[in-house]
Structure formats: structure tokens, C-alpha cells
Design a protein around this ligand. Structure first.
Ligand SMILES: NC(=O)c1ccc[n+]([C@@H]2O[C@H](COP(=O)([O-])OP(=O)(O)OC[C@H]3O[C@@H](n4cnc5c(N)ncnc54)[C@H](OP(=O)(O)O)[C@@H]3O)[C@@H](O)[C@H]2O)c1
Length: 333
């Protein structure tokens, strides 16, 4: 199975009207952490959640100055907001561990929104590794949100209804399954294959990262049933996600920009997908799109091979985060 063209349902979703952002105090009494609150979908979701009376709203960001400015600006309209800005760089595993240590002063965490992410472009581009030695998109989009979640589990478990949201993407529909399936058939580690520069395909990496995030979500729903886990598709949106794109003038670039402008929704509308999941999500949902539960159209996820791969990948990830922070997976359930 390999990635094909975007299914029409993706366009239908983008063109159908979304419900308004949830209103009322749906976060009353809740301590909320959101990553990537400085831009795009995360920034707009932060603004929407600030209106929902959270007990505390923590902006976990890699640019503290930008975070502080955003919080100050939100407080002009929400003066009662108990907001806090904390440093978190997902491309640096030590930063995630320090962040988790610093959150230990909290009584609990009720909602963790793992929103921050990167898109390395859809063109050929060289492999980029983090200082931790992982391929950058794999670390920021997959490993880091999972590690953050596992390290915050003790605090999430102090909540009466803990919820974890991942910013996924409908682009996982077109992710090829080979990068997961091939290593399994070769008796090789999936994580090792994803981080192998010699077989790296930059153009498909964003889709692949969101497929892996689907696999993490589906596994967490089974393996950590005490947490309500939701994988949310914000939908194609006008944000800064294209910061790594090559915008040199060519017919292809012009076509892509026009296509994007014709189809993308505003970041505020995209953020409604995150805030609707927080307000109306209820239990776990393996895929949430257009402000409600939805079905993934990636058929590999439902196939016998895909189900097995999901289990194997999760098992590897549990071992990986345990290597990064020994003992962190001792109390998974
Ligand atoms: N835009 C879309 O069309 C679309 C569609 C589907 C899914 N999504 C998903 O939505 C999420 C938000 O993306 P967006 O579109 O809002 O993009 P964006 O405007 O580029 O925002 C990304 C956010 O992630 C943060 N971030 C990036 N790398 C980080 C790191 N190493 N450590 C900590 N924070 C980091 C950025 O921080 P800085 O401000 O410091 O750079 C920024 O706040 C992503 O997971 C993306 O995959 C987006």
C-alpha cells in the first residue's frame, strides 16, 4: 500500500461549514497545557481556550518572549486568566525532561494539547537530525509529543477526567505504509528505519509522521484507557507551517500557492477542531475532524498488517522513551 492522491473527502471537509468555536466555561477547574501556542492553530486554540475559564492555561513554547507577549495580549481581554509561559523545545529531549520536572509543582494536568509540529516541505530536501540524533520531523512530530505525554502521565492521572489531544492531520490518509511495513518484514526496528538517512524521503515525511501519530493514538487508547486520547485534524490552514518550504518561483510553486489559497481555512477555524475536541470530545477518539468524531481513510490502519505494525511501533516507542528517561513507562496503565 502506498500513498495516493488526496481523497475528495479532504476537500469536502475543508469546504463544509464548521460549527462555531465552543462557548461557555468548558475548561472550568481544568489545568491545561498547550504546545506550539505561539503561532497558527496553537495560537488561535490558546485564545479560544482562554475564554473557557480554565483554572490555569500553560503555554509551552520554545520562544519565551513570543509566549509572554501572546499571554499579555490575551490577558487584555481575559484579565482573570491564570496563564503561565513555560519553556519547551521538542527538538531537544533534555528540554522535554526539564519541562516535565518543572511541571511537578502543578497539582495535576487535566488537558494536554500536543499541538506543536513541523512540516519539512514536500520536495526533495536533505535529512536533518536533531542534536539528540533523531530525524527532526520524527522527533518533533512523533517522539516528542509521546515522550511529553508519558512524562506528564503521573500528573494527568491526578485529574478526574484526563485528556490528551494530538494535532494530527488528514494528510496521514496518503502516507505510504512502506516505511513501517518494510522494516517489519526485514526484521528491523521501525524507529531505526525512520531515522536512517540513507532511505530518507523528505517529500513524504510529514504525511508519515502523522500516520505514526495515528498509530500512537490508537495504541494509547487501548493501552492507557484511563486517559481520554484524541487525534485531531485541524484541516489545511493558513499558518506558518510552510516556513521550511522552498518558494522559488516556478509553475509548480505558483500552482501550489493558488491551490493552497483556494482551499485553506483560517487558523482560527482550524483551531475549532482542537477546542471542540476539548469541549465535546467526551471519551477517546482515534480521529476527530470537522469538529466531530470521524473515520480515518488510511486503509492500512485497519488491515491485519497495519494493526500488527501499530502494536509493534508502539512497543518500540515505549522502549525508546524508557531509554530516554529510564523508568518513565513503569506505570503506563
Ligand atoms: N496548517 C495546516 O494546514 C495543518 C493541517 C493539519 C495539521 N496541522 C498541524 O497543526 C499543528 C500546528 O501547526 P500550524 O499549522 O499551526 O503551524 P505553525 O504556525 O508553524 O505553528 C507551529 C507551532 O509549533 C511550534 N514548534 C515548532 N517546532 C517546535 C519545537 N521544536 N519545539 C516547540 N515548539 C515547536 C512553533 O513554535 P515557534 O512559533 O517558536 O516556531 C509554533 O508555535 C502541527 O502539528 C501541524 O502538523 C496543521
Amino acid at each position: 500500500m502506498s500513498g495516493g492522491p488526496y481523497p475528495w473527502s479532504m476537500y469536502r471537509g475543508l469546504w463544509s461549514p464548521l460549527p462555531a468555536a465552543p462557548k461557555g466555561a468548558y475548561l472550568k477547574g481544568k489545568i491545561v497545557i498547550i504546545t506550539g501556542a505561539t503561532s497558527g492553530v496553537g495560537l488561535e486554540a490558546t485564545k479560544q481556550m482562554a475564554k473557557a475559564s480554565p483554572e490555569q492555561l500553560i503555554l509551552a513554547v520554545r520562544n519565551l518572549e513570543a509566549g509572554a507577549k501572546i499571554l499579555a495580549s490575551i490577558k487584555k481581554s481575559e484579565p482573570k486568566l491564570n496563564g503561565k509561559v513555560m519553556y519547551l523545545d521538542l527538538a531537544d529531549l533534555n528540554s522535554i525532561k526539564t519541562f516535565a520536572e518543572e511541571t511537578k509543582t502543578l497539582k495535576r494536568v487535566d488537558l494536554l494539547v500536543n499541538n506543536a509540529g513541523v512540516n519539512p516541505n514536500f520536495d526533495d530536501a536533505p535529512y536533518k537530525a536533531t542534536n539528540d540524533g533523531y530525524e527532526r520531523t520524527f522527533q518533533v512530530n512523533v517522539l516528542a509529543p509521546f515522550l511529553t505525554t508519558i512524562l506528564l502521565l503521573p500528573l494527568l492521572k491526578q485529574s478526574s477526567s484526563p485528556q490528551v489531544i494530538f494535532s494530527g492531520s488528514d494528510t496521514h490518509f496518503v502516507a505510504p505504509s512502506e516505511p513501517v511495513q518494510k522494516p517489519i518484514e526485514q526484521g528491523r526496528s521501525i524507529i531505526e528505519a525512520y531515522n536512517d538517512a540513507s532511505i530518507y524521503n523528505n517529500g513524504k515525511r510529514y504525511f508519515e509522521s502523522k500516520l505514526l501519530l495515528q498509530m500512537i493514538t490508537r495504541s494509547m487508547i487501548k493501552q492507557i484507557p484511563s486517559i481520554n486520547t484524541i487525534n485531531v485534524n485541524p484541516g489545511l490552514a493558513m499558518t506558518n507551517l510552510g516556513r521550511d518550504f522552498n518558494f522559488s518561483v516556478s509553475f509548480k510553486t505558483v500552482y501550489e500557492v493558488v491551490w493552497f489559497l483556494l482551499n485553506a481555512r483560517s487558523a482560527g477555524k482550524a483551531a475549532r477542531n482542537l477546542t471542540s475536541a476539548a469541549a465535546w470530545g467526551g471519551g477517546s477518539q482515534d480521529y476527530w475532524s470537522e469538529c466531530g468524531p470521524a473515520a480515518s481513510e488510511n486503509m492500512y490502519l485497519y488491515s491485519a498488517k497495519g494493526l500488527k505494525a501499530t502494536q509493534l511501533f508502539y512497543e518500540e516507542m515505549v522502549k525508546e522513551v524508557n531509554k530516554i528517561s529510564p523508568g518513565c513507562t513503569n506505570n503506563l496503565i
